[in-house]
Design a protein around this ligand. Structure first.
Ligand code: HEC
Length: 227
């Protein structure tokens, strides 16, 4: 240190900053498992890199030789967990079943706070009722409220949506049997099935929703066409 430098460092606070930096670096090094062995035997053994939030690049993550150093290839099981969409024709519906009675009990426990006692009170989306004569006023009346019973063209979508998105705070938490039961309950609230109905994949596929023929098929080819 040159003469006068100590006083300059004190004036500028550089010494303080050096001290803080040393304090900050120590935990980072510790976290990476490379803390300097300051006092011999007391030094912690290096921890494996995975504990520092690092994932060693595996052959699996970059089969084509590109290495980004993070991520792993999705396994078939990973993809299957997300690949749960159900077609209008029921393709993809899982085994299982549930009754209106079971569904109403689950609804009371997990859905009623947001959708109301009969599905029509809210405060969130209205799930019921149908409209008299199954009218479809949406083109003429922009204020008309859609519900499951007056708008949804397929009951299979009701299964798909409920399973993937509800209850709002815990999506994906329902078993397939619970979802069948809830679908039965929501169809019952819309007078689409009787109180003793039991829903399974065939029954859900066979329900003809009032709005089934109210939509046109989107057969646009993806070009610049406008309708
Ligand atoms: C914490 C509030 C909350 C709870 C609990 C909840 N929902 Fe919902 N639900 C919502 C909200 C908000 C929407 C609208 C979501 C959106 O449009 O993205 C919705 C939408 C829906 C819809 C679509 C309605 C439509 O016509 O668009 C269905 C069906 C539904 N919920 C069923 C259920 C069922 C069944 C349960 C119980 C298992 C449940 N919800 C629990 C808040 C909730």
């Amino acid at each position: 240190m040159k003469p006068g430098e100590e006083s300059r460092r004190r004036r500028t606070g550089a010494g303080l900053i050096d001290g803080l930096a040393a304090l900050a670096i120590a935990p980072i090094l510790g976290g990476l498992g490379c803390a300097p062995a300051t006092d011999g035997a007391a030094a912690a053994p290096p921890s494996p890199p995975t504990q520092a939030g690092e994932r060693a690049p595996s052959a699996e993550s970059a089969p084509d030789g590109r290495m980004y150093g993070f991520g792993t290839a999705a396994t078939a099981a990973d993809i299957a967990a997300f690949d749960i969409d159900i077609g209008p024709d029921g393709a993809g519906l899982p085994p299982g079943q549930g009754s209106v009675e079971e569904g109403l009990a689950i609804y009371e426990a997990k859905c009623i706070a947001c959708h109301g006692a009969t599905g029509s009170e809210g405060p969130w989306d209205r799930l019921a009722p149908r409209l008299p004569a199954d009218e479809f006023p949406f083109a003429e009346d922009p204020s008309a409220r859609s519900t499951v019973g007056n708008y949804w063209p397929y009951a299979t979508t009701l299964f798909d949506y409920t399973r993937r998105a509800m209850p709002f705070e815990f999506p994906g938490s329902l078993t397939d049997d619970e979802v069948y039961a809830l679908v039965a309950a929501m169809l019952y609230m819309n007078d689409l099935v009787p109180a003793d109905a039991i829903m399974d994949s065939a029954a859900v596929t066979n329900i003809v929703m009032p709005a089934r023929d109210r939509f046109v098929e989107d057969d646009r080819a993806g070009g610049p066409e406008v309708r």
